[in-house]
Design a protein around this ligand. Structure first.
Ligand code: LLP
Length: 437
C-alpha cells in the first residue's frame, strides 16, 4: 500500500512516518509541512554504496545529485554516508560547503556555468568539473590560469544518443538536447582533442545522463556500452585511456502502489556486466564508475502534509478537495502531470472510496496536486498526506502569491527536528526595496 518502508499506520488508523504520527506532526509544526525520514534516506544511500561495493569492488563513487533536494542537512547526511555530491550552481555548491561537505568529493555540473561560478568552484578546489560545451572549456582554461591552478580535473558530458524518456527507450542518430557534446557530429571528439591539448585541464573521463524516473535497466546498459566504445575510439586516436565513467542518475522511484520499488542493485549489476564485457572486448582497463542518483535518495523518504479546506462537489463533473498548499510547494503535477498517491492521514486505514481532484490554494486553475485520484472521504480540517515528495518538491518550490515556503521536518528514531525553517511573512518582502521619499 505504501511507497516506502518508513510509512505505516498506527493503532489510531493514522499514517506514521518513521514511527511518528503524522497528524501529531501536523499539529506540532503546522501545515503545509514537508516531513522526511532520516533512516530511510540513509538506507537509500547505502543501497547504492553497498551495491557498488558488491558488484564492482567499490571501484567508484556514488554522487548524490543535490538538485533533488539541496539543504545543509542532506549534504551532511550524504557526506556521512561517504557519498560524493553533484552540484549545478553556485547556490548548491555554497550549501554543500556550508555543510562542511568535502570539496574534493564535489562534482560541478551545469550546461551554462558562469565564469563567476567556475572561478568559485576552482577557488574552493571542487573535485571535478563536468564540462558541457566548447565555450566552457575555454573559460575553464582561462579561469584556471587566472587563479594559478595548474591541473583542473574535468569530465566531458556526452550525449550518448539514448533517449530513456520515451516509453520504450530509443537510440536515435542524434538527440535534440541542450546538454553536453554530441557524438554523432564529431563535436565530442573535438572536445576531447581540445581538452587533452589544454594546458591546465586534466581530462579524466566522460559523463552521461540519459533521463530521470527510469524504470528499465537496458538504457543504462546501452549507455555504458556506447560510452566505452567512445573510450576505445579516444584511445585509438590519441593513445590516452580515460579512467572515469560517470553514468549519471535517473533511477525511478515508486509514486504509488502500481510502481514497483526498484532494486537499484539490478541497474548496477547489469551495467557492470556490460562494462566488464565491453572493456574486455575493447582492450580497456576497467574504469572508475560514478553514479549520480538524485530522486531515489530523498524522494521516497519524504511526504507532504496539508490541511483540507473547502471541499467542492460539482455534480456530474468532479469533487475538488482544496488544501493549504499546492503548486508553490509541489509544482510537479502542474509541470509534468506527475503521479502522486494521496491519503487522508487521520483515516489512513480506511478505504479510499471517493474519487477526487486535489487542488491547491494558489490563484491558478492548473494548481492541482492530482486529478481523479482515490481518497478516503474527507472534511475540512482533515490532514491530507501526499507521498514520495522528498525529491524535486522543496527544491522546485516557489513563493507564488507570496505564500511562504513550508518547513522541512526530519524524523529519526521517534524524534523530530526542523532541518529547513519555514519562511515567514517578513521573508516574503525581505528583498523588496522601497523608494525613499
Ligand atoms: N545527474 C545529472 C547530470 C542530472 O541532470 C540529473 C537530473 C541527475 C544526475 C539526477 O537524476 P535523478 O536520479 O534525480 O533522476 N525536475 C524533474 C527531474 C529533473 C532531473 C534533472 N536532472 C522532476 O521533478 O521529475
Amino acid at each position: 500500500m505504501f511507497t516506502a518502508d518508513c510509512l505505516n499506520i498506527n493503532e489510531k488508523g493514522r499514517l506514521t512516518i518513521g514511527g511518528l504520527d503524522t497528524v501529531a506532526l501536523a499539529g506540532e509544526y503546522g501545515t503545509p509541512l514537508y516531513v522526511m525520514d532520516e533512516t530511510q534516506i540513509r538506507q537509500n544511500c547505502r543501497r547504492y554504496t553497498q551495491a557498488l561495493e558488491r558488484c564492482y569492488d567499490g571501484r567508484g563513487m556514488v554522487l548524490y545529485a543535490s538538485k533533488a533536494l539541496s539543504c545543509k542537512e542532506l549534504c551532511r547526511i550524504a557526506a556521512q554516508e561517504n557519498l560524493g555530491l553533484d552540484v549545478v550552481s553556485a547556490g548548491e555548491l555554497h550549501t554543500a560547503l556550508q555543510a562542511g561537505f568535502p570539496a574534493e568529493r564535489i562534482y560541478f555540473h551545469g550546461n551554462n556555468k558562469t565564469p563567476e561560478e567556475i572561478r568559485f568552484a576552482l577557488r574552493e578546489n571542487v573535485g571535478q568539473i563536468v564540462a558541457d560545451n566548447l565555450a566552457e572549456l575555454q573559460t575553464l582554461s582561462e579561469e584556471a590560469r587566472a587563479i594559478g591552478r595548474s591541473r583542473v580535473k574535468i569530465l566531458l558530458r556526452i550525449k550518448p544518443g539514448i533517449d530513456a524518456h520515451t516509453h520504450d527507450f530509443i537510440r536515435t542518430g542524434q538527440i535534440d538536447s541542450k546538454f553536453g557534446f554530441a557524438l554523432e557530429t564529431g563535436e565530442a571528439m573535438r572536445a576531447v582533442e581540445l581538452a587533452l591539448r589544454a594546458e591546465r585541464l586534466d581530462l579524466v573521463g566522460l559523463h552521461c545522463h540519459i533521463g530521470s524516473q527510469i524504470f528499465e535497466v537496458d538504457p543504462f546498459v546501452l549507455a555504458a556500452e556506447v560510452m566505452l566504445g567512445f573510450f576505445a575510439e579516444i584511445k585509438a586516436r590519441f593513445g590516452t585511456e580515460l579512467t572515469q565513467l560517470n553514468l549519471g542518475g535517473g533511477m525511478g522511484i515508486p509514486y504509488d502502489e502500481h510502481d514497483e520499488a526498484r532494486p537499484y542493485e539490478a541497474y548496477l549489476e547489469h551495467a557492470v556486466a556490460a562494462i566488464r564485457e565491453s572493456c574486455a572486448r575493447l582492450g580497456l582497463r576497467l574504469p572508475t564508475l560514478l553514479l549520480e542518483p538524485g530522486r531515489s535518495i530523498p524522494g521516497p523518504a519524504g511526504i507532504t502534509l496539508y490541511t483540507v479546506g473547502a471541499v467542492k462537489e460539482i455534480p456530474g463533473v468532479r469533487t475538488y478537495v482544496t488544501v493549504d498548499g499546492g503548486m508553490g510547494d509541489n509544482p510537479r503535477y502542474m509541470m509534468y502531470g506527475a503521479k502522486y498517491k494521496a491519503l487522508c492521514a487521520n483515516r489512513a486505514g480506511e478505504e479510499a472510496s471517493e474519487t477526487v481532484t486535489i487542488a491547491g490554494r494558489y490563484c491558478e486553475s492548473g494548481d492541482l496536486i492530482q486529478e481523479f485520484t482515490p481518497l478516503q472521504p474527507v472534511a475540512p480540517g482533515d490532514v491530507l498526506a501526499v507521498l514520495s515528495t522528498g525529491a524535486y518538491n522543496y527544491s522546485m518550490s516557489s513563493n507564488y502569491n507570496r505564500v511562504p515556503r513550508p518547513p522541512i521536518v526530519m524524523v529519526k528514531e521517534g524524534e523530530s527536528r526542523v532541518i529547513v525553517r519555514g519562511e515567514t511573512l517578513e521573508d516574503m518582502c525581505r528583498n523588496d526595496c522601497l523608494r525613499q521619499g
